[in-house]
Design a protein around this ligand. Structure first.
Ligand SMILES: [Zn+2]
Ligand SMILES: [Zn+2]
Length: 312
């Protein structure tokens, strides 16, 4: 993510901050990709309640990201407000990265819609199936809880499971539909590399949950779940490509220049550097991933289609 200058004093302000270190109140304008002086109706209506740091899309209204949430969680449960805020923050982070790549900018009507729910509501639990269905994305805000996230990282053997990862995964399903409809050549190329997504999805998922993943999934898939069906291969691979693009871009914003020719080379180099720095503090590797040549080819494919700056 970019680290932008304060419009009042010029010092660098980290993303998601509402104030610079000198106390100037700032807001992020996602269309300009700049920080602006924050003021009243110019800020997203969720600024005070959810800590949204973006400008409103129209005076007094919500920002582009908050406006895509049409169902908000029951906020009466303890901690729900914080989890809702953390989920919206993850959404903004993902949206911002996609806007940098040329999505959701001049085509604002064509955005996904979000239902934010909590598996934990006052006095009981409910099942919240996260997923994408024809432009509608359901997220479980409990996944933004740090203790829950760490428990599920271990339970599902998904070492970098996170709310940002969930948002990227579900938005990737949405972008698949858009690429299929808008980008000539995408579907044939996809099918050649990752398989035919018209294969029975329900049966594939049932087999995956009954029998477990392909034991050799690591040779050709970014995750075990990616081996369940071509749709999931795309969503897992595209989400990871977006992770890596952001990692490379964030390293560059810090003035760190990872070695490597392309974005993914620079990202992998930044990941190794990140691990090295965390080991200095006795912390686990934040990027404990091993990318096989076949997965690398899929990541190149996904980023090639996701980065619309190349074609526009
Ligand atoms: Zn300032
Ligand atoms: Zn907002």
């Amino acid at each position: 993510m970019d680290i932008l200058p304060c419009p009042a004093c010029g010092i660098r302000v980290f993303p998601e901050s509402s104030y610079c270190a000198n106390g100037h109140e700032v807001a992020y304008d996602p269309a300009l990709r700049e920080l602006v002086a924050a003021g009243g109706a110019g800020c997203c209506a969720n600024r005070d309640s959810l800590g949204c740091s973006w400008t409103a899309a129209a005076p007094g209204g919500l920002c582009l990201s908050c406006a895509t949430t049409t169902v908000v969680p029951d906020l009466s449960a303890p901690g729900a407000q914080e989890l809702h805020a953390a989920t919206e923050a993850a959404k903004r982070w993902v949206f911002n990265g996609l806007m940098r790549l040329g999505w959701f900018t001049s085509d604002t009507p064509n955005l996904p819609e979000f239902h934010l729910m909590s598996e934990k509501i006052e006095g009981r639990r409910q099942v919240v199936m996260m997923g994408h269905d024809d432009g509608l994305i359901t997220l479980n805000i409990m996944e933004a809880d740090p203790a829950t996230a760490i428990r599920r990282q271990q339970e599902f053997d998904e070492p970098i499971r996170s709310m940002i990862g969930h948002v990227r995964h579900e938005v990737a399903h949405f972008l698949f539909d858009r690429l299929g409809a808008e980008a000539p050549g995408f579907l044939p190329a996809f099918r050649q590399l990752m398989g035919d997504e018209r294969a029975d999805y329900g049966a594939a998922l049932e087999a995956y949950y009954d029998n477990g993943p392909d034991p050799a999934w690591q040779d050709s898939h970014i995750s075990a779940y990616a081996s369940a069906h071509p749709h999931e291969d795309w969503a897992e691979t595209a989400a990871h490509a977006l992770h890596l693009e952001d990692l490379a871009q964030s390293a560059a914003a810090l003035g760190l220049a990872p070695s490597g020719e392309g974005v993914l080379d620079r990202a992998q180099s930044a990941g190794v550097g990140l691990n090295h720095m965390c080991r200095a503090l006795g912390q686990p590797d934040p990027y404990p991933m091993v990318i096989s040549p076949a997965v690398r080819q899929k990541l190149d494919f996904a980023l090639g289609w996701l980065d619309r700056r190349l074609s526009s």
